[in-house]
Design a binder for this molecule. Structure first.
Ligand SMILES: [Cu+2]
Length: 459
């Protein structure tokens, strides 16, 4: 059981054998199963009171560890940690005043565990549901409700999933950062005011949170190499990360490591996406660095608030310089497409004739009034997503991952489709069941930009 207590113990004794996983301000779900290949946890969603700003309590909805007697709810919720090949059993209890589900974003799970209205009845208040899955992907994923998402996720119901396995580069620290923003009133409470811009662009908050805190501080070893894994859990905000004076080496995204890491000065993360980067923290002991997000123009003249600080990093004592990088990374074989591969077309459109009630459609249909697509397990298809609207939309597919046609060396499950642009992906249809696809700006998904794919063996 490599859980919170063990991590705390290792951190306390400062052993050089300690795993480098460092997840500032994140709790980890307690594994109650002694089998090293089974992770069995209990999870509760409930209303609670938390301080999003120091000294200012807010009424929120949050997850807590149901197996730890003294557990308190947190935003983000407790992280689910597992390794490749594990069987995961989640005993979920809903203590919210309305029905909910849990979707395991990016994990290729059986349909019964996908946690959408297409795959299960919502878990009623006071009821339970067991999610069971075998872990076949490594990397950073996340879980969140898939019912009334724009409200339930916004109120605090989201948490990371970390799956170990595959190539693990040597680093001084392996950190998970869950990015979000909240719209707070002066009292520190979640604002219930929704304006036309919120509906059109997805609600952007006035306070940006990293692991539930505003610009948290951390101390890093000067000159060391760290691994930072990010997930964007915001309803609508895009994060465009930069660390002035440094570059990021992108080693993975969404569904695991990429085949060919690359260097970049900025990393754009749309809602629902994940990025896995290495950063060499050059500088002298005592130097202060600031990770920040800078403006990204995603359409409709979205205002530029200027750079926003996400993390305040202080360099501590100098350590060993970073070692050599691995020579191989991801092992992703391209999905075999050819001229005869069937193509599907998805037209993303917006109708803001009534700005107080915008409608978002895929192929002219607004969920739930949609015609499900059909296909068979293993079918290979090219999906052409044409964004015909004046803003970007992050397109997310459940139950299976896809590859970008022009960058095939990695698995994606969420991809940003820039406004007035096409984007093509290759998909190999996954297991049987009814799978959703949708825009991950939650206000758009809840206002129609969602569809379903029915995968079934041919009769
Ligand atoms: Cu959208």
């Amino acid at each position: 059981m490599r859980r919170a207590s063990l991590l705390l113990f290792l951190a306390a004794c400062g052993s050089s054998d300690a795993p480098p996983l460092r997840t500032p301000d994140l709790q980890v779900l307690t594994d109650t199963n002694p089998d090293p290949d089974i992770v069995e946890v209990a999870l509760v969603a409930a209303p609670t009171t938390l301080e999003l700003l120091d000294g200012k309590p807010a009424e929120v909805w949050a997850f807590r560890d149901g197996a730890a007697a003294d557990a308190t709810a947190s935003i983000p919720g407790p992280m689910l940690e597992a390794k490749l090949g594990d069987r995961v059993i989640v005993h979920f209890r809903n203590e919210l005043p309305e029905g909910t589900t849990i979707h395991w974003h990016g994990l290729r799970v059986p349909n019964a565990a996908d946690g959408t209205p297409a795959s299960q009845m919502p878990v009623a208040p006071g009821s339970t549901y067991d999610y069971e899955m075998e872990i076949v992907d490594t990397g950073l994923f996340w879980y969140h409700p898939h019912v009334n998402g724009e409200v339930q996720v916004e109120r605090g119901l989201y948490a990371p999933v970390l799956v170990h396995g595959g190539v693990e580069p040597a680093v001084a620290a392996d950190r998970v950062f869950v990015l979000d923003d909240v719209k707070l009133s002066a009292s520190g409470a979640l604002s219930t005011q929704t304006n036309a811009l919120d509906l059109m662009l997805g609600r952007q908050g006035n306070v940006v949170l990293v692991n539930g805190k505003q610009a948290p501080e951390l101390v890093a070893v000067a000159g060391s190499r760290e691994r930072w894994r990010f997930v964007n859990a915001a309803n609508g905000r895009y994060f465009r990360l930069e660390l002035p004076g440094h570059t990021f080496r992108v080693i993975g995204w969404d569904g695991g490591l990429v085949n060919a890491p690359y260097e970049t000065e900025r990393v754009l993360i749309a809602p629902g996406e994940r990025y896995d980067v290495l950063v060499d923290l050059g500088g002298d002991p005592g130097d202060a660095l600031a990770l920040r997000t800078v403006h990204y123009d995603r359409g409709h003249d979205i205002p530029d608030p200027g750079p926003i600080e996400l993390l305040a990093i202080t360099l501590g004592e100098a350590g060993e310089p970073p070692g050599a990088l691995p020579t191989t990374w991801g092992d992703v074989a391209p999905i075999a497409t050819e001229a005869s591969t069937p193509r599907r077309m998805f037209l993303l459109q917006e109708d803001d004739t009534d700005p107080t009630s915008p409608v978002f459609t895929i192929n002219g249909e607004a969920f739930p009034d949609i015609t499900p697509l059909t296909g068979a397990p293993g079918d290979i298809e090219i999906w052409e997503i044409h964004n015909m609207s004046e803003m970007d939309h992050p397109f997310h597919l459940h139950g299976m991952s896809f590859q970008l046609l022009d960058e095939p060396g990695g698995w994606k499950d969420t991809v940003n489709v820039p406004r007035m642009s096409p984007l093509a992906v290759a998909v190999e249809l996954g297991g049987p069941g009814r799978w959703m696809y949708h825009c991950h700006i939650l206000e758009h998904a809840e206002r129609g930009m969602m569809g379903e794919l029915e995968v079934a063996d041919a009769p």
